[in-house]
Design a protein around this ligand. Structure first.
Ligand code: PLP
Length: 380
């Protein structure tokens, strides 16, 4: 079965893990600090503005704490998005206000966001669908004008850019995911960026029980009783560790190669699949935009999409849909009509897209999509 997602891990990651084992310390330590520095360099920001977290979801929960979202507040977000972002809002008693998306890119446009902003809007959370930056610069400008914090859920966009700016650094807060289905993987893990340095220091404390002192050992020199502590918030523990950080450092070095392979696959899919009658490929990226190519998607007429997905599955090509619209999730009790998103949800199918796909596998996907859409089986 060809999977939609697959990480690339090998000897280099194993050697890094071995080195951590041999060091005698696998918890949060100097490798975590080093990975934060390297990731900050990759983003082009100061390392002190990043905090390692155990998932992007946790980063989004912390983001909602930092913006102080609570009862009576609203947070605008595209309905085509990750459930963890909406949960982060609702779990604080605030209301996620879902907006529509462009049916072709599945990204929220600045007009979609603006239409939902009200005096109660505490923050806007966007993602970069499949890795495409979308109108992030315009949305960031809108949020700045209105004095609203923009939170970028950058799980899809570890290497996406507009010009020199990396997605996730346009707004006040950004969160990345290194879970096992992403491009840069550490098993589980994530990174949180907070633009304001005081808020970033608070975020770092929130990730570790709200402790004012990070370790007793670091206080031995200036306190008689180095085991005593104070807290600044009633926080939980959201930190990552040196094992995942060591894997992350290796993966970060390999990231340009991963993205280049994904780019080549996307170009090939674009060329070959757009020639199949009835198949619509993602629109071309605007000038200056770079995608991480986390997802590749095609669009088919609504009545055809599900049967094509089933036929592909029967031929060992797994497909899926990221993300079914959140406003349709019962618990949110939201009766909005969001036509662009609803159409996209009926027509879109994510195909296998990862750097481990070789040319033969990519050809197989194309041949099987052609056969499933046009109705002629492929001989194998
Ligand atoms: C857009 C988006 N945000 C957040 C996440 C969650 O990341 P994590 O698994 O690190 O919590 C995902 C996972 O697929 C995602 O696609």
């Amino acid at each position: 079965m060809l999977n939609v997602f697959q990480p690339t891990l090998g000897d280099e990651e194993l050697a890094a893990v071995r080195e951590v084992f041999e060091s005698g310390w696998i918890g949060r330590g100097k490798r975590t600090a080093r990975f934060e520095e390297e990731f900050a360099h990759h983003l082009g920001i100061a390392p002190g503005l990043l905090a390692s977290v155990n998932s992007c979801t946790e980063g989004l929960f912390i983001a909602m704490e930092l913006v102080n979202a609570g009862p009576g507040d609203e947070v605008v977000m595209p309905t085509i998005g990750f459930i963890g972002a909406a949960n982060a809002v609702a779990s604080r008693g605030a209301r996620p206000v879902f907006c529509d998306v462009d049916p072709r890119t599945l990204n929220a446009r600045v007009a979609d966001i603006e239409a939902k902003i009200s005096p109660r809007t505490r923050a806007v959370i966007i993602l970069h669908y499949g890795g495409q930056p979308g109108e992030v610069a315009e949305i960031a400008a809108l949020c700045r004008d209105r004095g609203i914090t923009l939170v970028e859920d950058s799980a899809c966009s570890v290497a996406s850019r507009v010009g020199d700016l990396v997605c996730g650094t346009f707004g006040g807060i950004g969160a990345w995911s290194f879970d096992s289905m992403k491009i840069l993987v550490t098993g589980d893990g994530g990174m949180l960026f907070v633009r304001d340095s005081e808020l970033a220091a608070r975020a770092a404390k929130i990730t570790y029980l709200g402790l004012e002192q990070t370790s007793g050992l670091s206080q031995v020199g200036n306190a008689d009783r180095w085991w005593e502590f104070e807290i600044s918030s009633f926080s939980r523990r959201s930190t990552s560790n040196d094992l995942t950080a060591a894997i992350g450092s290796v993966q970060l070095r390999r990231l340009p190669g991963f993205v280049a392979r994904r780019h080549a696959i996307a170009e090939y899919y674009d060329r070959e699949l757009s020639a199949i009658p009835g198949v619509r490929c993602p629109p071309p990226l605007p000038p200056g935009h770079q995608s991480s190519h986390w997802l590749y998607w095609i669009q088919l007429d609504a009545g055809v999409r599900d049967s094509v997905a089933r036929r592909l599955y029967e031929r060992d090509v797994y497909t899926t849909l990221r993300y079914p619209p959140l406003h349709k999730v019962r618990l949110f009790a939201d009766s909005s009509v969001l036509p662009g998103a609803e159409r996209a949800a009926l027509e879109t199918l994510n195909l296998p897209m990862h750097q481990a796909l070789d040319d033969a596998a990519v050809d197989m996907v194309v041949a099987e999509v052609r056969a499933a859409v046009v109705g002629h089986p492929v001989a194998r």
